[in-house]
Design a protein around this ligand. Structure first.
Ligand code: ASP
Length: 326
């Protein structure tokens, strides 16, 4: 039988971690090739090509490295892969998924997965997640859905997924919308049709800086007042509630928004920013009037990635369009 080709890249993360010595913490050491041996079932489903592109904790991934991973993934599709799976750490999975999703313009699926328990722990979830991710990547029904995250039997869309627990096995959720699909026994079941997507070209530059500041009670203005002088090209605020800040911050944000794009998201972890509910100083209506934009359902971290990519391809004028879309 002619099996489909599946390309897998390993970047590191808990899925690849074990301790060098007793009592030492786990660190990324296990190659993709070794991880593949933990899912022998795969060899009857696909012709697998696996490469270890990195052995990094996901906190140390950066945009330049992700662009090189993207170029590897694009090449795999060009060579005929039916889908691509990326194995990485879960700490920044919600951000890398968004990064790739804005740049992934193939109908073929790009699936991200990892593990909450290291390879050495009893009940390690890496092999099951890898097998599920491969099944999702090869399913015809996954085509046209862009980048998705597969963890603990659930399939999440890149623009909604969030790590919402630090250590639990069930660490990922998609607030409001829920998972896009589930693994039911060995099959991939979607719960809703694919959504229209908006993608971007590759950035022309990578030196742009986008700051992310979280509003907090009685916070001072020092960082806000120095954002421009420090050379930032854009600012995302994780605001209170429906996209609010203090009166002091509102004045500082107005001055920043005259120079660089400012996006206000919600720090709550669920729900959309408002547009026309509150009128106090520092409310969403006030901030819109001062030149900031509201992120809608896009969380602060994902909004920062969108802004970095838009500035990178000199399309920051389309920020409002992209935010309305998400
Ligand atoms: N705890 C993390 C993980 O789940 C470490 C990392 O993100 O690399 O993989």
């Amino acid at each position: 039988m002619d099996l489909p080709t599946l390309a897998i890249a390993a970047l590191g993360g808990t899925v690849s971690m074990q301790a060098r010595n007793a009592g030492g913490g786990v660190i990324p050491t296990i190659s993709g090739e070794t991880l593949l041996a933990s899912v022998p079932e795969l060899s009857s489903l696909a012709r697998v090509k696996i490469e270890t592109l990195g052995l990094l904790p996901s906190a140390s991934l950066d945009f330049e490295f992700l662009l090189s991973v993207l170029s590897w993934a694009n090449f795999q599709i060009k060579q005929g892969a039916a889908g691509v799976v990326i194995l990485q750490g879960t700490d920044t999975l919600e951000e890398t998924a968004t990064f790739f999703d804005y740049l992934w313009d193939h109908p073929e699926p790009l699936i991200l997965t990892g593990a909450m328990r290291s390879a050495a722990q009893p009940g390690a979830d890496g092999p099951a997640n890898l097998l599920d991710a491969c099944r999702v990547a090869m399913a015809d029904r996954s085509r046209g859905r862009g980048v998705q995250v597969v963890m603990n039997g659930q399939i999440h869309s890149a623009n909604a997924v969030r790590k919402s627990d630090s250590l639990a096995l069930q660490a990922f959720n998609s607030a409001i919308v829920g998972p896009a699909g589930l693994m039911v026994e060995d099959t991939v079941r979607y719960l809703r049709p694919p959504c229209p997507r908006k993608t971007l070209p590759l950035p022309l530059q990578t030196s742009q800086r986008i700051a992310l500041l979280e509003a907090s009670l009685s916070a001072d203005n020092l960082l806000l007042e120095n954002i421009i002088a420090m050379g930032y090209d854009g600012l995302v605020i994780a605001g209170f509630g429906a996209g609010h800040v203090s009166g002091g911050w509102a004045d500082a944000i107005e001055a920043v928004a005259e120079k660089i794009p400012v996006v206000i998201a919600t720090r709550t972890g669920s729900g959309s920013t408002a547009r026309s509910s509150y009128g106090f100083i520092g409310s969403e209506m006030d901030l819109l009037g001062r030149g900031a934009l509201m992120a809608g359902f896009l969380c602060p971290r994902k909004a920062r990635i969108l802004l970095w990519l838009l500035v990178g391809c000199q399309r920051q004028d389309e920020l409002a369009l992209f935010l309305a879309h998400d």
